[in-house]
Design a binder for this molecule. Structure first.
Ligand code: ATP
Ligand code: MG
Ligand code: FE
Length: 360
């Protein structure tokens, strides 16, 4: 099944083709530079930029792949959670293509798609335990199959990505700052007691990262010399050697605090399942983080289970994961009609195709 995927849930405009879950080609335009000057995504600007970019990206996708819309078996689109205006642009485009070319429409849960990015091209052993760590979400999920997910724990306030980005903002690092914290901390021994590992002293699987953000802000307020004096140019590769050692140690310590917090709850989740967990997977932009990937590899090795991680470029938002999830849903006969509605952030995505899971 050849599936076209469209992703416009936040600040990446992306289109991709997958053939039976095998990536064919992706065209992606990031808006990061556009929003950088505001230090965060401006929803109205994001929708307008999706509108501007989507058509040319689709043209380029078909021109470069040598494929046509006629050859596509289904159109999959991220229906949420995400920014309402941004989702509407992708949904309208997908519906137009389906209407014009007579193709089935598949609304994809963006979070499900993030996790499926970890399974691309792999024969995943189930039940799997999934860690979803992104800009807006932090969840531990049990997957009894690719279409059967149960959320076991979630953040009660900030997501892990938000903790990274807000800490980076406190340090006056360029936006989006998560990747700076990761790269600047590389090769530096963390101070393991510098930051708290929040919300572990309980017996459940939820997370809370807002206190960590406050701890970093308080530490920076007490050590103002840590703040980078001016926003350095965020273009090009990051050279950790060019940054002060004291700042790099803060970054390493923050990577450690977040990775450790995730590790404790992940191990707790592995121990608490009715059937032994057969594999571990992680996804979302924060799953590109070096120390977090190392932590996951260690947990998986200790438990002797395989670890499935998306390559770093497929951790953050992309349309390949939407197209691949579309293939899964399409093969299972799960489609939507043209009344498909977007699901804004904060509202639960109705798993309409999940309530009566078909034999996959
Ligand atoms: P959601 O998927 O929850 O709706 P989102 O789509 O905005 O949110 P993603 O694109 O999956 O989130 O991830 C973006 C987040 O990942 C940002 O917070 C970003 O700073 C963070 N991030 C990206 N790379 C790294 C890294 N190497 N280390 C830590 N954080 C990172
Ligand atoms: Mg983004
Ligand atoms: Fe995302």
């Amino acid at each position: 099944m050849l599936c076209l995927g469209i992703e416009t849930s936040c600040d990446e405009t992306a289109v991709a083709l997958c053939d039976d879950g095998r990536p064919v080609l992706e065209k992606l335009a990031s808006q990061a530079r556009l929003h950088a000057v505001f230090g965060g995504v401006v929803p109205e600007l994001a929708s307008r930029e999706h509108l501007r970019c989507l058509g040319p990206l689709l043209d380029a996708l078909f021109a470069e792949s040598g494929l046509t819309l006629a050859a596509v078996d289904a159109v999959a689109v991220a229906r949420g959670p995400g920014l309402l205006g941004s989702l509407l642009v992708g949904l309208a485009a997908a519906k137009g293509l389906c209407l014009g070319a007579g193709k089935p429409l598949i609304g994809v849960d963006h979070l499900h798609a993030h996790l499926m990015a970890a399974t691309l091209g792999r024969a995943v052993a189930y039940p799997a335990l999934g860690l979803l760590v992104s800009g807006g979400h932090t969840q531990i999920v049990r997957l009894d199959g690719p279409l059967a997910m149960t959320v076991l724990g979630r953040t009660i306030d900030d997501a892990a990505g938000e903790a990274f980005d807000k800490a980076a903002k406190s340090l006056n690092l360029p936006y989006p700052g998560g990747v700076y914290i990761d790269v600047l901390g590389r090769g530096i021994a963390p101070d393991r007691t510098l930051f708290p590992r929040p919300y572990l002293d309980n017996d459940h699987l939820n997370f809370s990262f807002s206190g960590l953000k406050t701890a970093v802000a308080a530490y920076v307020a007490a050590h103002p010399e840590l703040r980078t004096p001016a926003m350095p140019d965020a273009v090009g590769p990051i050279d950790p050697e060019a940054w002060p050692m004291a700042l790099r140690r803060v970054c390493a310590s923050l990577n450690f605090a977040i990775a450790e917090t995730l590790r404790v709850k992940l191990v707790r989740a592995m121990d608490g399942q009715p059937a032994p967990v057969a594999s571990l997977l992680a996804a979302g932009g924060v799953a590109a983080n070096g120390p977090i990937r190392a932590m996951l590899a260690e947990v998986a090795a200790r438990r002797r289970v395989p670890l499935y991680l998306p390559e770093p470029v497929l951790c953050a938002d992309n349309a390949t994961m939407i197209a691949a999830t579309g293939c899964l849903l399409g093969r299972a006969g799960l489609t939507h009609d043209l009344s498909l509605a977007p699901i804004p952030r904060g509202r639960k995505v109705p798993w309409d195709y999940q309530t009566a899971p078909p034999a996959a």
